[in-house]
Design a protein around this ligand. Structure first.
Ligand code: ZN
Length: 269
């Protein structure tokens, strides 16, 4: 395949990549992944993904505090995120959003943090990345309000909502990103929703180390396997793998204003 892929959401600073990160990058490059977005989930990991992005031209950083870590924010953390947001290797803000599944963090705390991230995204002119788990109505309410100040620049990451949620997100200006969940045997309804998304709004991601696609289920996920989601989405939209790679890569580069030439290969090669 000559078309290149972009993994728009992964967590390479995760402990599970500590042993073999360079090999993970080599496998990704071999699978056609030219660029990936490394997503922060706290002040410390946001700092870490910026360091990573400084080291690898094909890795870009997204900085923020994950909704499930909102209660761990310490004094100075938010200021750190705000400072990193303006760093040239940072291309987006997040991941942010709302999570009603784990019930660890009060929703009002998450809500406040979500709104801060959207405001920061506007201030630095970089799109925001939304995590939404069992909180569709609440997330849509925040997005609707935010859209009153103008169309939104952002993405619903690892989308698993309904047609109605997808439609409203699209209306508000959001992109829709699919992870390995799209390939799961039982996810026919999600594939039907994916079929309705306008091609120019589609993104792909791994969310590695989580959500390994069907053929690797239960294993540690890695950026190379974004190709599985691309293949699945291509089939759903009646395109070739190459066409879908070209399309989703162009979409990712447009939304996050990525530079085309950069590659993820380790600097030694
Ligand atoms: Zn994530």
């Amino acid at each position: 395949m000559s078309a290149v892929l972009v993994d728009t959401h992964c967590h390479p600073e995760s402990d599970s990549f500590r042993q073999d990160f360079e090999e993970v990058l080599v496998r990704a490059a071999r699978a056609g992944v030219a660029q990936l977005l490394a997503i922060g989930i706290s002040a410390a990991t946001s700092q870490a993904v910026v360091v990573l992005a400084n080291r690898h031209p094909g890795i870009s950083a997204v900085v923020g505090v994950h909704p499930n870590h909102t209660h761990e924010i310490r004094p100075g953390d938010w200021e750190k995120i705000e400072e990193l947001a303006f760093h040239p290797r940072v291309v987006g803000i997040g991941e942010t959003g709302l999570d009603n599944y784990w019930k660890d963090v009060p929703l009002d705390l998450q809500h406040d943090s979500f709104c801060r991230h959207i405001q920061l995204s506007r201030r630095c002119g970089k799109p925001f990345v939304v995590h939404c788990r069992e909180a569709e109505a609440e997330v849509l309410a925040v997005l609707r309000e935010a859209a009153e100040a103008g169309p939104l620049q952002g993405v619903m990451h690892s989308f698993c909502g309904s047609d109605a949620v997808a439609d409203e997100c699209l209306q508000l200006g959001m992109y829709i990103s699919f992870s390995g969940m799209l390939t799961y045997r039982r996810n026919d309804v999600l594939r039907a929703t994916a079929a309705r998304i306008p091609p120019e709004k589609l993104l792909i991601e791994t969310d590695a180390p989580y959500l390994a696609p069907q053929q690797y289920r239960g294993k540690r996920n890695e950026p190379a396997w974004v190709a599985d989601t691309c293949a699945c989405l291509a089939e759903i939209h009646g395109m070739s793998l190459e066409q879908m790679a070209t399309l989703t890569t162009a979409n990712a580069r447009r939304l996050f204003r990525l530079e085309d030439e950069s590659l993820i290969l380790p600097p030694a090669e």
